[in-house]
Design a protein around this ligand. Structure first.
Ligand SMILES: Nc1ncnc2c1ncn2[C@@H]1O[C@H](COP(=O)(O)OP(=O)(O)O)[C@@H](O)[C@H]1O
Ligand SMILES: [Mg+2]
Length: 365
């Protein structure tokens, strides 16, 4: 497959802005420059990073780390690794993501949320091209391509002294801007086709729903604050409820309760939890990825009366993920005290946090 065909398959959209995005990826990929992808949440920044990795011909892995989803205390260990005994719970030594990305690409998502103290450590790694595990004096040489992403105005953060300017210069050698979906609604149908095809592959039991002309006009006028991710979730919800049907405005309006206000629907917000940090209220309410509010155990009878199919395994892991998030928030990110709250060892909790980060990635969330 040619590079441009590969990118068109990876990142759909024919509008001028998306053509430019693909051109920038193809231009920057072969050179060892650090790339910063900017754009609102759900607009496809991770896809830009994947495109760069693929076209860079680097033989190592693509390793993604979300600085906003991992508590500050854990992030350092996650990135740089640790030696046995470096802190309570470190029963064995472990490689960090930087080392795992050797000869490949490290994707640092939501870099704007990286704690200030850690920014200095990352800068050192970039300058020396070596990494030190926590609790170790040894410098390990690492060769990795860095792609960062942020939905915040990181230049403004730097002006306010909240983000290190010297690090910003290092990570933003080449900047690629991803437009919000609202600025490319001419691509809506094309995106829906691509997302429907993906849905067919992953959810073999449901047939993607389609929309009549009036409904399409309605969807084009919506602001899509959660961007392509919100569109994908919306399409999935429509297809679960109305498998294979062509939907009218009347059918879809109740599924978009916040159409007027432009706020993402609850379903979308719940599944966006790994992007912007979730409000603790949302986490405590236990709204699951299928939009069901599981905060009151008595609600479960409602669940079955709605005739929605239930995937028990997914449902329980949703609850586990929400409880872990809440426990970490209630413990100000301390893994040790969150583990106590959950009745787990720190080591087990670390494993679970990693597992969920991995699961979210593989689901393309
Ligand atoms: N142009 C696009 N074509 C196809 N799918 C897209 C496109 N942009 C985003 N997506 C999909 O939307 C979801 C969110 O994209 P992601 O790259 O994770 O966004 P961000 O990192 O900006 O929050 C993913 O499932 C991704 O595959
Ligand atoms: Mg993202």
């Amino acid at each position: 497959m040619t590079n441009s065909k590969f990118l068109e398959n990876l990142i759909a959209g024919s509008c001028d802005k998306m053509q430019e995005v693909r051109q920038h990826i193809a231009l920057a990929a072969p050179y060892p420059v650090n790339v910063l992808a900017i754009g609102p949440t759900g607009s496809g920044k991770e896809l830009i990073a994947k495109g760069i990795h693929k076209l860079s011909a680097r033989t190592g892995k693509f390793i993604a780390v979300n600085a906003a989803a991992i508590p500050a205390e854990l992030l350092e260990a996650e990135l740089f690794g640790y030696e046995k005994g470096a802190f309570t719970g470190a029963d064995k030594s472990r490689k960090g993501k930087v080392e795992e990305a050797a000869n490949g690409t490290l994707f640092l998502d939501e870099i704007g949320d990286m704690p200030f103290s850690l920014q200095a450590k990352l800068l050192r790694v970039l300058e020396t091209k070596t990494v030190q595990k926590i609790g170790s004096e040894k410098s390990i040489p690492v060769d990795f391509r860095l792609v960062c992403a942020t939905h915040t105005d990181i230049g403004e953060l730097a002006r306010q002294g909240k983000f290190r300017a010297d690090l910003l210069y290092r990570i933003a050698v080449y900047t690629i801007e991803n437009p919000p979906l609202a600025e490319r609604t001419e691509d809506l149908e094309e995106l829906m086709t691509v997302l429907s095809m993906r849905l067919k592959k992953t959810e073999t039991k449901i047939k993607p729903a389609t929309f009549d002309a009036e409904a399409m006009g309605f969807l084009r006028a919506y602001s899509w604050p959660g961007n392509i991710r919100e569109l994908a979730n919306f399409l999935q919800k429509c297809s679960v409820l109305f498998s294979g049907q062509t939907l009218s405005v009347e059918k879809i309006k109740p599924l978009m309760p916040n159409f007027e206000t432009g706020e993402p629907s609850e379903v979308t917000q719940a599944s966006l939890w790994d992007d912007p940090p979730v409000s603790s209220q949302a986490a405590e309410r236990l709204t699951l990825s299928n939009g069901f509010d599981a905060s009151n155990i008595n609600n479960f009878s409602d669940y079955f009366s709605s005739n929605q199919p239930l995937n028990l395994r997914q449902f329980l892991s949703d609850i586990e993920e929400k409880l872990i998030t809440s426990a970490l928030q209630q413990s100000d990110g301390s893994v040790e005290s969150a583990a106590q709250k959950l009745g787990l060892s720190s080591e087990d909790l670390l494993e679970k946090i990693k597992l969920y980060a991995v699961m979210n990635r593989s689901l393309g969330k």
